[in-house]
Design a protein around this ligand. Sequence first.
Ligand code: GLV
Ligand code: MN
Length: 211
Amino acid sequence: MVFTLSCFCADPDPLQDICVADLNSKIKINGYPCKPESKVTSEDFFYSGLVTGASTDTPFGFGVKRGDVKNFPGVNTQGLSVNRVDIAPGGLIPFHVHPRASEANFILKGTCLVGFITTADVLYAKVRKVGDLSIIPRGLVHFVVNVGQKKAVVIAIFNSQLPGIAELPNNMFNSTPTIADYILAKNFRVDEKVIAIIKSKFGNQTKIAKI
Ligand code: GLV
Ligand code: MN
């Protein structure tokens, strides 16, 4: 018999049919407590928040609408969520990771270069057109660039109700409090002046909403 010590580490399985998140509960647990079934309605399971896209008039030229547990409480305990990402021509979803989920993404409109980098520093990337699917393994750095002439729309599906996002450019150069310039300079093997220039590009920009 073969025993494995590997951790599947996906969101926990549901222990009941439905558990609509009570987002206002004062109880802190891993996830969200269920709201009383007497208060559950059809609206909790049918969400139209992704029908229209978010504005792409943002620093990187993309906008996200999230169908995660915070916006769509019916996904609580179901182990999945869905985002809609609109990307302006020339815009991109910058380098980022989802600590709690693998991502499958589907091109609904436009043409995008989708890529991820493994922990062995191998880049896998391909231009994707309408109807194409890509898989981004859990926790790996990835990006999506709109390489077409028109707006692109990407549907991203996650095996977590709250995949989380750490967006690397903001993580590195726009943290609170900020990382000391000498540390960034050593990391990127450049002069501190270069770091100051990069930081100045982030200083006044609105951070992409963290989940
Ligand atoms: C796309 O990569 C997303 O994380 O929504
Ligand atoms: Mn992603």
